[in-house]
Design a protein around this ligand. Sequence first.
Ligand code: PLP
Length: 395
Amino acid sequence: MTLPDMHSAEAIPAAARTEIDRLLQSGDLFRYTAAKDAPVSLLEAEFAELMGSRFALAVSSCSAALFLALKALDLPRDARVLIPGFTFAAVPSAVIHAECLPILCEVGENYRIDLGDFTAKLPGADAVIISHMRGHTSDMDAIMALCDTTDVPVIEDAAHSLGTTWNGAKIGTIGRVGCFSFQSYKMINAGEGGILITDDADLVARAVIMSGAYEHNWQKHPVLRDAFAVHQNRLPLYNLRMSNLSAAVIRPQLPHLARRVVDGRRNHDHVAELLSVSASIHVPNPLPGEVRAPDSIQFNLMNMSDSEVHSFVAGAAAAGVKVQVFGMSSDNARAFWNWQFVPDLPDLPRTRAMLMRACDVRLPVHLPAETLNAVADVILQAIDHATRPARAFGR
Ligand SMILES: *Cc1c(COP(=O)(O)O)cnc(C)c1O
Protein backbone atom coordinates (compact mmCIF):
# COMPACT_ATOMS: atom_id res chain seq x y z
CA MET A 1 0.00 0.00 0.00
CA THR A 2 1.08 3.60 -0.48
CA LEU A 3 1.72 5.21 2.86
CA PRO A 4 0.16 8.61 3.59
CA ASP A 5 2.15 11.75 4.23
CA MET A 6 3.27 11.20 7.82
CA HIS A 7 3.13 14.92 8.48
CA SER A 8 -0.57 15.08 7.56
CA ALA A 9 -2.83 16.51 10.25
CA GLU A 10 -6.44 15.94 11.22
CA ALA A 11 -8.90 18.44 9.66
CA ILE A 12 -9.65 21.46 11.85
CA PRO A 13 -13.21 21.14 13.25
CA ALA A 14 -15.81 22.95 11.13
CA ALA A 15 -16.78 25.21 14.06
CA ALA A 16 -13.51 27.08 13.51
CA ARG A 17 -14.73 28.27 10.09
CA THR A 18 -17.79 30.07 11.45
CA GLU A 19 -15.73 31.82 14.10
CA ILE A 20 -12.93 32.74 11.68
CA ASP A 21 -15.53 34.10 9.26
CA ARG A 22 -17.00 36.24 12.05
CA LEU A 23 -13.53 37.55 12.91
CA LEU A 24 -12.75 38.28 9.27
CA GLN A 25 -16.07 40.13 8.86
CA SER A 26 -15.43 42.31 11.89
CA GLY A 27 -11.66 42.58 11.46
CA ASP A 28 -11.38 41.92 15.22
CA LEU A 29 -8.09 40.00 15.20
CA PHE A 30 -6.17 41.65 18.08
CA ARG A 31 -6.72 40.00 21.43
CA TYR A 32 -7.10 43.27 23.36
CA THR A 33 -9.61 45.08 21.10
CA ALA A 34 -12.83 43.54 22.43
CA ALA A 35 -13.93 44.74 25.86
CA LYS A 36 -14.23 41.13 26.94
CA ASP A 37 -14.53 37.52 25.74
CA ALA A 38 -11.95 37.83 22.95
CA PRO A 39 -11.21 34.35 21.52
CA VAL A 40 -7.71 34.41 23.08
CA SER A 41 -9.17 35.22 26.52
CA LEU A 42 -11.76 32.46 26.16
CA LEU A 43 -9.01 30.02 25.16
CA GLU A 44 -7.04 30.96 28.28
CA ALA A 45 -10.05 30.36 30.51
CA GLU A 46 -10.88 27.04 28.83
CA PHE A 47 -7.29 25.80 28.87
CA ALA A 48 -6.78 26.71 32.54
CA GLU A 49 -9.98 24.85 33.38
CA LEU A 50 -8.99 21.82 31.29
CA MET A 51 -5.65 21.60 33.10
CA GLY A 52 -7.02 22.50 36.53
CA SER A 53 -4.59 25.39 36.92
CA ARG A 54 -5.38 28.92 38.14
CA PHE A 55 -3.93 30.90 35.24
CA ALA A 56 -3.15 30.50 31.55
CA LEU A 57 -1.43 32.91 29.16
CA ALA A 58 -1.65 32.23 25.42
CA VAL A 59 1.35 33.37 23.36
CA SER A 60 2.92 33.00 19.93
CA SER A 61 4.77 29.69 20.53
CA CYS A 62 5.96 27.30 23.21
CA SER A 63 9.42 28.85 22.80
CA ALA A 64 7.88 32.23 23.67
CA ALA A 65 6.18 30.62 26.69
CA LEU A 66 9.52 29.15 27.89
CA PHE A 67 11.27 32.49 27.40
CA LEU A 68 8.55 34.39 29.29
CA ALA A 69 8.55 31.79 32.06
CA LEU A 70 12.30 32.34 32.56
CA LYS A 71 11.88 36.14 32.45
CA ALA A 72 8.93 35.95 34.86
CA LEU A 73 11.10 34.04 37.35
CA ASP A 74 13.21 37.20 37.44
CA LEU A 75 16.49 35.32 37.09
CA PRO A 76 19.63 37.45 37.02
CA ARG A 77 21.72 37.66 33.85
CA ASP A 78 23.88 34.53 33.39
CA ALA A 79 21.69 32.51 35.75
CA ARG A 80 22.27 28.80 35.19
CA VAL A 81 19.34 26.83 33.84
CA LEU A 82 19.60 23.05 33.95
CA ILE A 83 18.06 21.42 30.86
CA PRO A 84 18.14 17.89 29.45
CA GLY A 85 20.77 17.09 26.81
CA PHE A 86 18.01 15.55 24.71
CA THR A 87 15.45 18.15 23.70
CA PHE A 88 14.59 20.43 20.80
CA ALA A 89 17.01 23.30 20.07
CA ALA A 90 14.23 25.77 20.97
CA VAL A 91 14.84 24.95 24.67
CA PRO A 92 18.51 26.02 24.99
CA SER A 93 17.58 28.87 22.62
CA ALA A 94 14.90 30.16 25.02
CA VAL A 95 17.50 30.06 27.81
CA ILE A 96 20.00 32.06 25.73
CA HIS A 97 17.24 34.48 24.71
CA ALA A 98 16.52 35.09 28.41
CA GLU A 99 20.25 35.89 28.87
CA CYS A 100 20.80 32.79 30.97
CA LEU A 101 23.26 29.90 30.56
CA PRO A 102 22.01 26.43 29.63
CA ILE A 103 23.59 23.62 31.69
CA LEU A 104 23.08 20.29 29.96
CA CYS A 105 22.28 17.13 31.85
CA GLU A 106 22.67 13.55 30.62
CA VAL A 107 19.66 11.62 29.33
CA GLY A 108 19.46 7.82 29.46
CA GLU A 109 18.69 5.35 26.71
CA ASN A 110 15.02 5.46 27.76
CA TYR A 111 14.99 9.18 26.72
CA ARG A 112 14.49 10.29 30.32
CA ILE A 113 16.68 12.47 32.49
CA ASP A 114 19.63 10.68 34.10
CA LEU A 115 18.89 11.36 37.76
CA GLY A 116 22.48 10.77 38.84
CA ASP A 117 23.79 13.51 36.56
CA PHE A 118 20.78 15.72 37.37
CA THR A 119 21.47 15.43 41.11
CA ALA A 120 25.15 16.17 40.55
CA LYS A 121 24.47 19.30 38.48
CA LEU A 122 21.48 20.70 40.38
CA PRO A 123 23.49 22.48 43.11
CA GLY A 124 24.88 24.93 40.52
CA ALA A 125 21.48 25.67 38.96
CA ASP A 126 19.19 28.68 39.48
CA ALA A 127 16.28 27.13 37.57
CA VAL A 128 15.41 23.88 35.82
CA ILE A 129 13.57 23.22 32.57
CA ILE A 130 12.28 19.67 32.34
CA SER A 131 11.64 18.93 28.70
CA HIS A 132 9.29 15.98 28.35
CA MET A 133 10.91 15.25 25.01
CA ARG A 134 8.57 13.49 22.56
CA GLY A 135 6.24 13.15 25.52
CA HIS A 136 8.59 10.91 27.55
CA THR A 137 8.19 11.78 31.22
CA SER A 138 11.16 11.70 33.58
CA ASP A 139 10.71 10.76 37.24
CA MET A 140 8.86 13.92 38.29
CA ASP A 141 8.54 12.81 41.93
CA ALA A 142 12.30 12.52 42.29
CA ILE A 143 12.93 15.73 40.34
CA MET A 144 10.40 17.79 42.34
CA ALA A 145 11.72 16.41 45.63
CA LEU A 146 15.28 17.43 44.70
CA CYS A 147 14.24 20.86 43.40
CA ASP A 148 11.87 21.62 46.27
CA THR A 149 14.53 20.90 48.90
CA THR A 150 16.96 23.25 47.18
CA ASP A 151 14.20 25.75 46.26
CA VAL A 152 15.03 25.67 42.56
CA PRO A 153 12.02 26.60 40.37
CA VAL A 154 10.97 24.04 37.75
CA ILE A 155 9.56 24.96 34.34
CA GLU A 156 7.96 22.07 32.47
CA ASP A 157 8.43 22.08 28.71
CA ALA A 158 5.29 20.09 27.96
CA ALA A 159 5.24 21.18 24.29
CA HIS A 160 4.79 17.60 23.17
CA SER A 161 3.08 16.19 26.28
CA LEU A 162 -0.41 17.64 26.29
CA GLY A 163 -2.64 14.91 27.74
CA THR A 164 0.13 12.94 29.49
CA THR A 165 -0.30 12.19 33.19
CA TRP A 166 2.19 11.34 35.93
CA ASN A 167 0.71 9.49 38.94
CA GLY A 168 -2.61 11.09 38.03
CA ALA A 169 -1.24 14.65 37.79
CA LYS A 170 -1.43 16.38 34.43
CA ILE A 171 1.99 17.01 32.90
CA GLY A 172 2.58 20.76 32.87
CA THR A 173 0.90 21.26 36.27
CA ILE A 174 3.69 19.71 38.36
CA GLY A 175 6.36 22.43 38.13
CA ARG A 176 5.97 26.16 38.85
CA VAL A 177 5.09 26.80 35.18
CA GLY A 178 4.01 24.51 32.33
CA CYS A 179 4.51 25.44 28.67
CA PHE A 180 2.69 23.89 25.68
CA SER A 181 2.89 24.21 21.89
CA PHE A 182 0.16 24.46 19.26
CA GLN A 183 2.61 24.06 16.37
CA SER A 184 1.26 21.69 13.70
CA TYR A 185 3.16 18.57 14.85
CA LYS A 186 1.71 18.71 18.36
CA MET A 187 -1.57 17.34 19.76
CA ILE A 188 -3.48 20.56 19.01
CA ASN A 189 -2.63 22.28 15.73
CA ALA A 190 -2.84 25.99 15.02
CA GLY A 191 0.23 26.12 12.79
CA GLU A 192 1.93 28.17 15.51
CA GLY A 193 1.05 29.07 19.08
CA GLY A 194 1.80 28.29 22.69
CA ILE A 195 0.40 28.67 26.18
CA LEU A 196 1.80 28.74 29.70
CA ILE A 197 -0.03 27.72 32.84
CA THR A 198 0.73 28.39 36.49
CA ASP A 199 -0.91 28.83 39.88
CA ASP A 200 1.46 31.69 40.75
CA ALA A 201 -0.37 35.04 40.48
CA ASP A 202 2.72 37.21 40.64
CA LEU A 203 4.56 35.13 38.06
CA VAL A 204 1.65 35.20 35.61
CA ALA A 205 1.19 38.96 36.12
CA ARG A 206 4.80 39.49 35.10
CA ALA A 207 4.48 37.15 32.13
CA VAL A 208 1.23 38.81 30.99
CA ILE A 209 2.81 42.26 30.96
CA MET A 210 5.98 41.09 29.22
CA SER A 211 3.93 39.16 26.64
CA GLY A 212 2.69 42.55 25.47
CA ALA A 213 -0.26 43.60 27.68
CA TYR A 214 0.85 47.22 27.48
CA GLU A 215 -0.81 50.06 29.44
CA HIS A 216 -3.92 48.65 31.14
CA ASN A 217 -4.57 45.71 28.86
CA TRP A 218 -3.74 43.48 31.84
CA GLN A 219 -7.23 44.33 33.11
CA LYS A 220 -8.52 41.88 30.52
CA HIS A 221 -6.76 39.06 32.39
CA PRO A 222 -8.52 37.56 35.39
CA VAL A 223 -5.62 37.95 37.79
CA LEU A 224 -5.26 39.67 41.13
CA ARG A 225 -5.05 43.42 40.52
CA ASP A 226 -2.41 43.90 43.23
CA ALA A 227 0.01 41.73 41.34
CA PHE A 228 -0.28 43.93 38.28
CA ALA A 229 -0.12 47.24 40.13
CA VAL A 230 3.34 46.28 41.44
CA HIS A 231 4.70 45.67 37.95
CA GLN A 232 3.04 48.46 35.93
CA ASN A 233 5.65 50.25 33.75
CA ARG A 234 8.50 48.25 35.28
CA LEU A 235 8.84 45.44 32.81
CA PRO A 236 9.84 45.32 29.14
CA LEU A 237 7.20 44.41 26.55
CA TYR A 238 8.33 41.57 24.29
CA ASN A 239 5.07 41.38 22.30
CA LEU A 240 4.63 37.63 22.00
CA ARG A 241 0.83 37.73 21.94
CA MET A 242 -1.47 35.25 20.24
CA SER A 243 -3.87 36.41 17.52
CA ASN A 244 -7.63 35.80 17.77
CA LEU A 245 -7.37 33.76 14.55
CA SER A 246 -5.09 31.21 16.23
CA ALA A 247 -7.40 30.98 19.23
CA ALA A 248 -10.33 30.38 16.88
CA VAL A 249 -8.44 27.44 15.35
CA ILE A 250 -7.43 26.02 18.75
CA ARG A 251 -10.64 26.29 20.80
CA PRO A 252 -12.78 23.82 18.79
CA GLN A 253 -9.95 21.26 19.02
CA LEU A 254 -9.91 21.21 22.83
CA PRO A 255 -12.94 18.88 23.08
CA HIS A 256 -11.08 16.45 20.76
CA LEU A 257 -8.02 16.21 22.96
CA ALA A 258 -9.17 13.27 25.10
CA ARG A 259 -9.96 11.19 22.01
CA ARG A 260 -6.66 12.11 20.31
CA VAL A 261 -4.74 11.07 23.42
CA VAL A 262 -6.46 7.67 23.58
CA ASP A 263 -6.03 7.09 19.82
CA GLY A 264 -2.39 8.17 19.88
CA ARG A 265 -1.57 5.85 22.77
CA ARG A 266 -3.42 2.91 21.19
CA ASN A 267 -1.62 3.48 17.87
CA HIS A 268 1.77 3.80 19.54
CA ASP A 269 1.32 0.69 21.67
CA HIS A 270 0.11 -1.28 18.65
CA VAL A 271 3.19 -0.38 16.59
CA ALA A 272 5.48 -0.95 19.61
CA GLU A 273 4.03 -4.44 19.98
CA LEU A 274 4.53 -5.23 16.28
CA LEU A 275 8.13 -3.97 16.38
CA SER A 276 8.97 -5.94 19.52
CA VAL A 277 9.36 -9.16 17.49
CA SER A 278 12.67 -7.81 16.18
CA ALA A 279 15.77 -8.43 18.28
CA SER A 280 17.28 -5.30 16.69
CA ILE A 281 14.56 -3.02 18.08
CA HIS A 282 14.02 -1.96 21.66
CA VAL A 283 11.09 0.30 22.61
CA PRO A 284 11.76 1.59 26.15
CA ASN A 285 8.84 1.19 28.55
CA PRO A 286 7.14 4.19 30.13
CA LEU A 287 7.99 4.70 33.81
CA PRO A 288 5.45 3.32 36.28
CA GLY A 289 3.06 6.18 36.99
CA GLU A 290 3.29 7.59 33.49
CA VAL A 291 0.29 7.47 31.12
CA ARG A 292 1.52 8.71 27.75
CA ALA A 293 -0.08 10.75 24.95
CA PRO A 294 2.20 9.93 21.99
CA ASP A 295 1.87 11.01 18.36
CA SER A 296 5.16 9.40 17.34
CA ILE A 297 7.25 6.40 18.31
CA GLN A 298 10.87 6.23 19.42
CA PHE A 299 12.92 3.05 19.57
CA ASN A 300 16.57 2.09 19.85
CA LEU A 301 18.47 0.01 17.31
CA MET A 302 20.32 -2.77 19.10
CA ASN A 303 23.69 -4.22 18.10
CA MET A 304 23.74 -2.59 14.68
CA SER A 305 26.78 -1.00 13.06
CA ASP A 306 26.71 2.54 11.68
CA SER A 307 26.50 1.24 8.14
CA GLU A 308 23.62 -1.08 9.06
CA VAL A 309 21.83 1.89 10.63
CA HIS A 310 22.30 3.96 7.47
CA SER A 311 21.11 1.14 5.28
CA PHE A 312 18.03 0.64 7.52
CA VAL A 313 17.12 4.34 7.28
CA ALA A 314 17.58 4.31 3.49
CA GLY A 315 15.55 1.11 3.09
CA ALA A 316 12.67 2.43 5.19
CA ALA A 317 12.71 5.74 3.29
CA ALA A 318 12.60 3.95 -0.06
CA ALA A 319 9.51 2.08 1.16
CA GLY A 320 7.83 5.33 2.27
CA VAL A 321 8.59 5.57 6.01
CA LYS A 322 10.80 8.39 7.22
CA VAL A 323 12.85 7.16 10.16
CA GLN A 324 15.08 9.76 11.74
CA VAL A 325 18.01 8.61 13.85
CA PHE A 326 18.44 11.73 15.98
CA GLY A 327 22.23 11.66 16.07
CA MET A 328 22.82 10.40 12.53
CA SER A 329 20.80 12.84 10.43
CA SER A 330 22.96 15.87 9.68
CA ASP A 331 22.26 19.14 11.52
CA ASN A 332 19.51 17.51 13.59
CA ALA A 333 18.05 20.14 15.95
CA ARG A 334 17.67 17.53 18.71
CA ALA A 335 21.36 16.54 18.75
CA PHE A 336 23.03 18.67 21.42
CA TRP A 337 26.33 18.95 19.54
CA ASN A 338 24.48 21.04 16.95
CA TRP A 339 23.59 23.69 19.58
CA GLN A 340 26.82 25.54 18.92
CA PHE A 341 25.28 28.82 20.15
CA VAL A 342 25.56 27.40 23.70
CA PRO A 343 28.77 28.51 25.42
CA ASP A 344 31.00 25.70 26.72
CA LEU A 345 28.93 22.97 25.15
CA PRO A 346 29.78 19.82 27.16
CA ASP A 347 30.13 16.29 25.88
CA LEU A 348 27.44 14.00 27.19
CA PRO A 349 28.62 10.47 26.35
CA ARG A 350 25.45 8.68 27.51
CA THR A 351 23.13 11.05 25.68
CA ARG A 352 25.33 10.90 22.58
CA ALA A 353 25.31 7.08 22.55
CA MET A 354 21.50 7.10 22.86
CA LEU A 355 21.10 9.68 20.05
CA MET A 356 23.26 7.56 17.71
CA ARG A 357 20.77 4.66 17.91
CA ALA A 358 17.43 6.29 18.82
CA CYS A 359 14.90 6.37 15.97
CA ASP A 360 11.98 8.70 15.57
CA VAL A 361 8.91 7.90 13.46
CA ARG A 362 5.82 10.08 13.36
CA LEU A 363 2.49 8.34 13.98
CA PRO A 364 -0.21 11.00 13.52
CA VAL A 365 -3.07 9.99 15.80
CA HIS A 366 -5.61 9.74 12.99
CA LEU A 367 -3.76 6.93 11.12
CA PRO A 368 -5.96 3.84 10.59
CA ALA A 369 -4.86 0.37 11.75
CA GLU A 370 -3.90 -0.85 8.26
CA THR A 371 -1.53 2.09 7.82
CA LEU A 372 0.04 1.41 11.21
CA ASN A 373 0.53 -2.24 10.24
CA ALA A 374 2.10 -1.17 6.96
CA VAL A 375 4.47 1.24 8.75
CA ALA A 376 5.57 -1.53 11.12
CA ASP A 377 6.05 -3.92 8.17
CA VAL A 378 8.25 -1.43 6.36
CA ILE A 379 10.38 -0.95 9.48
CA LEU A 380 10.74 -4.67 10.16
CA GLN A 381 11.62 -5.44 6.54
CA ALA A 382 14.14 -2.61 6.40
CA ILE A 383 15.75 -3.93 9.60
CA ASP A 384 15.87 -7.40 8.14
CA HIS A 385 17.42 -6.15 4.95
CA ALA A 386 19.96 -3.95 6.67
CA THR A 387 21.18 -6.66 9.03
CA ARG A 388 20.90 -9.81 6.90
CA PRO A 389 23.72 -9.55 4.33
CA ALA A 390 26.44 -8.87 6.86
CA ARG A 391 25.36 -11.84 8.96
CA ALA A 392 24.99 -14.17 5.98
CA PHE A 393 28.50 -13.42 4.73
CA GLY A 394 29.96 -13.45 8.21
CA ARG A 395 30.33 -17.19 8.49
C1 PLP B 1 7.82 21.61 19.59
C2 PLP B 1 8.65 21.68 20.80
C3 PLP B 1 9.10 22.92 21.30
C4 PLP B 1 8.89 24.22 20.57
O1 PLP B 1 7.55 24.58 20.39
P1 PLP B 1 7.21 25.84 19.47
O2 PLP B 1 5.76 26.10 19.75
O3 PLP B 1 7.45 25.43 18.05
O4 PLP B 1 8.07 26.97 19.89
C5 PLP B 1 9.82 22.91 22.48
N1 PLP B 1 10.07 21.77 23.15
C6 PLP B 1 9.65 20.57 22.70
C7 PLP B 1 9.94 19.34 23.50
C8 PLP B 1 8.94 20.49 21.51
O5 PLP B 1 8.53 19.28 21.07
